[in-house]
Design a binder for this molecule. Structure first.
Ligand SMILES: Cc1cc2nc3c(=O)[nH]c(=O)nc-3n(C[C@H](O)[C@H](O)[C@H](O)COP(=O)(O)O)c2cc1C
Length: 283
């Protein structure tokens, strides 16, 4: 596959702790992605990024391209912006994911939107699955699409040696995850190119910002004062402000989820669910 047709994949190292294991996992994941052949891979290490916890007054969703980020964050922002898809490599800290990862997520918004995110986690007995459950929740708020197939490495300290898992099984699970990620990266890139949703979202966000201009009449009707937003007794229910669009995720839920893997011609769900040294997040 030529470089232009490859999906741009950012492998994000979510841990910045001294003596961390994260880069070992990320390096193996990047190797799997490169040998898969469908991706142009960039490893993004959050330890190399300036990631203050204090955010500017306005959320990035509303500020769009004008969001004032520190200079030391520019490379991260550019990498997220350029990516067609992500693999987040995360450990589990107190049944969740590291604070640096949350900061990296919160400093951005459009950079995640309408892009697929897969997860590779590691930790103690749960293999980082608690962290991934939390991340899935967070990424849905960012209009990202989380990939069902991922890898979890329980007790990685006994399951890895010399920078790789002792078992061959995880490579097979990684292939399933990468196939899924490739399908979604292509589908969502085509969707982003075909439809100016990002620009529209940005415009809608500006309209919704305090003091922003009123939306055109047609959109006001759709988003604010339609029959649906009135209670049966005629009183207006609290809903989105005039001109503010409802979350596409809510609409997606109402309309049903995207086609299942089988219906969409994607690989099935076998593999990573099986018990083994690396398994998909489950109970
Ligand atoms: C603050 C902290 C909390 C942790 N909490 C959990 C936990 O809830 N579950 C778990 O399986 N491992 C937990 N661990 C163990 C980590 O999974 C393990 O240290 C792992 O190596 C962390 O990834 P890192 O080395 O890339 O930072 C915790 C580690 C730290 C430092």
């Amino acid at each position: 596959m030529e470089n232009e047709s490859k999906h741009r994949l950012a492998v994000i190292v979510g841990s910045v702790r001294e003596g961390r294991f994260g880069p070992v996992v990320a390096s193996w994941v990047a190797e799997q992605a490169r040998s898969h052949g469908g991706f142009e891979v960039e490893v993004v290490d959050l330890a190399e990024v300036e990631l203050p916890l204090a955010l500017p007054a306005m959320p990035p969703k509303l500020a769009g391209a004008d969001y004032p980020r520190p200079a030391g964050m520019a490379a991260l922002t550019a990498a997220l912006e350029a990516a067609d898809g992500f693999i987040v490599v995360t450990p589990e800290y107190n049944h969740s994911y590291p604070a640096a990862l949350k900061a990296a997520i919160d400093w951005h918004f459009t950079q995640w939107a309408a892009k697929p995110v897969a997860f590779v986690s590691y930790g103690g007995g749960a293999g980082g699955r608690h962290a991934v459950l939390h991340l899935e929740n967070v990424f849905s708020e960012l209009h990202a699409v989380t990939i069902r197939d991922g890898l979890a490495f329980p007790n990685y300290f006994t399951a890895w040696r010399d920078g790789r898992p002792l078992s061959d099984e995880p490579a097979g699970y990684a292939k399933t995850m990468l196939d899924q990620l490739a399908w979604w990266s292509g589908a969502l890139r085509a969707a982003r190119e075909a439809s100016p949703t990002r620009r529209e979202r940005h415009r809608a966000a500006r309209t919704c910002s305090p003091g922003g201009p009123a939306a055109p009449r047609s959109r006001r009707r759709r988003g604010g004062v339609s029959g649906r937003s009135r209670s049966p007794g005629g009183r207006r229910r609290p809903g989105p402000r005039r001109g503010c669009r409802r979350s596409p995720h809510r609409s997606r839920r109402r309309a049903g989820r995207p086609p299942s893997g089988a219906a969409a011609g994607r690989p099935g769900r076998a593999g990573p669910r099986s018990p083994g040294p690396a398994r998909r997040r489950s109970g």
